[in-house]
Design a protein around this ligand. Structure first.
Ligand code: CTP
Ligand code: ZN
Length: 161
């Protein structure tokens, strides 16, 4: 760890149990929270560092979520916006598992199809499924392509009222 990286330790303190998503592409942390469906309204304990100095990436974001691990679908979508991210599983303050996100061929769920006529937007919707392209994703049902603004197509989980 470089001296610069020690600096951010002061900014974002260690967690006891949960997941640290490290080396997130600078500026993408809020999109990471959207992928995880975290808006703070359910009392989740989350620390975020945005554009903190990083030896490897120049600058990076970091998201620390307490008391929660990520689902494979969440990690797949994460890999699209933060291809260099490291997922650290923390138990009793120790890093018990660390792995890089992997480029995935398909993402299921979490992203919504922009085509209102798509079967995934029907009244009884089927789960979304996109093939991952070099420069975006393509709906396997209607072939709509999302190239830019992937984050705007993250399905927002709305707490029931
Ligand atoms: N971390 C944390 N709480 C803990 C343990 C670790 O928030 N109880 C965070 C660290 O701040 C770091 C990440 O989890 O951002 C990974 O921890 P560690 O492997 O100890 O750090 P590095 O060696 O710097 O990781 P890497 O080599 O992946 O950069
Ligand atoms: Zn579609």
């Amino acid at each position: 760890m470089s001296d610069d990286e020690h600096e951010h330790e002061l900014l974002v303190s260690k967690i006891e149990d949960g997941t640290v998503i490290d080396h997130v592409t600078g500026g993408q942390a809020l999109n990471v929270l959207a992928i995880l469906g975290i808006d703070g309204s359910r009392g989740e304990r989350v620390s975020v560092g945005i554009n903190v100095p990083s030896g490897r990436l120049g600058r990076k974001d970091i998201v620390k979520v307490e008391g929660r691990e990520l689902t494979p679908a969440e990690v797949d979508v994460l890999s699209l916006i933060a291809p260099n991210a490291t997922i650290n599983i923390i138990r009793g303050y120790d890093v018990i598992d660390k792995h890089r996100v992997e480029r995935t061929a398909v993402v299921a769920g979490i992203l919504s199809c922009p085509n209102p006529e798509c079967i995934t937007n029907a009244r009884e919707p089927v789960e979304t499924r996109f093939d991952v392209l070099d420069d975006g994703v393509r709906c396997v049902y209607c072939e709509s392509i999302i190239r830019e603004g992937l984050a705007e197509h993250i399905e927002v989980e709305r707490p029931s009222v």
